[in-house]
Design a protein around this ligand. Structure first.
Ligand code: KIV
Ligand code: ZN
Length: 516
């Protein structure tokens, strides 16, 4: 018997991006959206178009480029939000407007200052308005996890009558417990007279570490869409993680009546991409995508796995996209081999200028590093794309004198809006000295470094180091990343990228904290 489909709705680019410091630019969002499309995600929530002109343009660009997944834009239950979302989605093959309003007593009284009757009226109004633009309208009851059951039945029945085709039950504050939440979703489907006219969806936050458990409990009780993010990225403790949901469904086909259409072999590369773009590292023991997820340290386990893999492994590493580092290219590889490998990796460079920039970085890297791995190529392309962004500061050169027993001195040259400026600084270590010199040039004295981390992209002492920094200024958090075989230069690139973001970031509205 063929199984029902579980719709995978990815909100990395919307709810994931709402994590403080996870802001992404348009090129980065497109890159992630293309990976999600390749992974065969059914619905990509590409952003909250009214938040800022930048958010609007990103949703518009993704709607134009991504053709195989439905592209969704978030809108509060307000005219302006819905109009803006509809405008951004105009070019989509398949576009969805996702409108929402809070339904819990605490949100209605304190945030909305609306009566339950007014909330129902507004919900119906918003769904009808969204239906003027598309047949594919999703309605969410924000904070459903703390809403009254009878009221949820009322508002959902009205939203379905108004034309909503997907009803989402968010556990906005991560308050739910699996068996309670599963029963609640099952009862909603049973009690609401027109529930057969809509697909029920869940959207769980991870404040108690139960987002995946709650989502799966809802699936067992009739939910047929799960909203989730890569690496569980999202506000506070994050959202339900896509990779865990998808692999639980796939691994326990004996338990679930549903299947997904996800190509799981793209999970690890997508996880890495999201991690390097946002600067949120993946903890080593994270299920599915953590570096240790398939590593066996203890002798007993190793022995068991060698004799019979399934003794200790319930999934195959290669099924989720873990592959041994493969040597793909070297110093003598030409432009065609480079382009062909990028194509195999699903990396589409839109313009010849982008290919040239990436190829010249590849040649430069191949001079310093004998073997170039797939991971190096991903990083090269990210770097080339970052160069294409409108930048205020550009790293021209960095030189550090560092000797045992001596204070390190750094000499840095940046282009500031096209004009070269240099500075010299001493520091506690070479990276500290370089950051101080950069700060002198940019004059961003109030920028405070909150996080600095280095990871090797592949193995070996000639591997590229990937540096991530998190910088805070006047309450705004940004991440920067840089890769190089020289980690001091990688650090300088990361720091310059973060300062660029601070200098150019626009103000944006938050869907759940501002307005209704
Ligand atoms: O957590 C939440 O309630 C949301 C809604 C906007 C769906 O993100
Ligand atoms: Zn959310």
């Amino acid at each position: 018997m063929s199984k029902q489909r579980l719709i995978i709705f990815d909100t990395t680019l919307r709810d994931g991006e709402q994590s403080p410091g996870a802001t992404m630019n348009q090129a980065e969002k497109i890159r992630i959206a293309q990976m999600l499309e390749k992974m065969r995600v059914d619905v990509i929530e590409a952003g909250f178009p009214i938040a800022s002109p930048g958010d609007f343009e990103s949703v518009k660009a993704i709607a134009k480029i991504v053709k195989d997944s439905t592209i969704c834009g978030l809108a509060r239950a307000l005219d302006a939000d819905i109009e803006r979302a509809a405008e951004a989605l105009k070019g989509a093959n398949s576009g969805r407007i996702h409108t929402f309003i809070a339904t819990s007593p605490i949100h209605m009284q304190n945030k909305l200052r609306m009566t339950p009757d007014q909330v129902v009226e507004q919900a119906v109004y918003a769904v009808k308005k969204a239906r003027h633009y598309t047949d594919d309208v999703e309605f969410s009851c924000e904070d459903a996890g703390r809403s009254e059951f009878e009221f949820l039945c009322r508002v959902i029945e009205a939203a379905i009558n108004a034309g909503a085709r997907t009803i989402n039950i968010p556990d906005t504050v991560g308050y739910q417990i699996p068996h309670v939440f599963g029963t609640m979703v099952g009862n909603l489907i049973k009690e609401i007279p027109n529930s057969d006219k809509a697909i029920f969806s869940v959207h769980c936050h991870n404040d108690l570490g139960l987002a995946v458990g709650n989502s799966l409990a809802a699936v067992m009780n009739g939910a047929r869409q799960v909203e989730c993010t890569i690496n569980g990225l999202g506000e506070r403790a994050g959202n339900a993680s896509l990779e865990e949901i998808v692999m639980a469904i796939r691994t326990r086909q004996d338990v679930f009546e549903v299947e997904t259409h996800i190509d799981t072999t793209h999970i690890v590369p997508t996880s890495r991409l999201v991690s390097s773009i946002t600067g949120f590292p993946v903890q080593p023991n994270k299920a599915i995508v953590g570096a240790n997820a398939f590593a066996h340290e203890s002798g007993i386990h190793q022995d068991g796995v060698l004799k019979h893999r399934e003794t200790y492994e319930i999934m195959r590493a290669e099924d989720v996209g873990w592959s041994a580092n493969k040597i793909v290219l070297g110093k003598h590889s030409g432009r065609n081999a480079f382009r062909a490998r990028l194509q195999e990796l699903g990396i589409h460079l839109a313009t010849e200028q982008e290919v040239n920039a990436a190829f010249s970085r590849f040649k430069d890297l191949a001079d310093r590093k004998h073997d170039i791995f797939d991971e190096d190529l991903h990083m090269l392309v990210l770097d080339a794309r970052a160069q294409d962004e409108q930048v205020i500061y550009e790293l021209v050169s960095s030189r550090v004198c560092s000797e045992t027993g001596e204070t390190p001195v750094a000499m840095v040259t940046l282009k500031v809006q096209g004009i070269e400026q240099s500075a010299e600084a001493i520091g506690g270590g070479p990276v500290d000295a370089v950051f101080k010199a950069i700060k002198q040039i940019t004059g961003q004295a109030s920028a405070r470094l909150q996080l600095y981390s280095v990871n090797n992209i592949t193995s070996g002492t000639d591997a590229q180091g990937e540096v991530t920094v998190r910088v805070e200024q006047a309450g705004r958090l940004v991440h920067g990343h840089g890769a190089d075989t020289d980690i001091v230069i990688a650090s300088a690139k990361a720091y310059v990228e973060a300062l660029n973001k601070l200098a150019s970031q626009q103000q944006r509205a938050h869907p759940q904290h501002d307005g209704v």
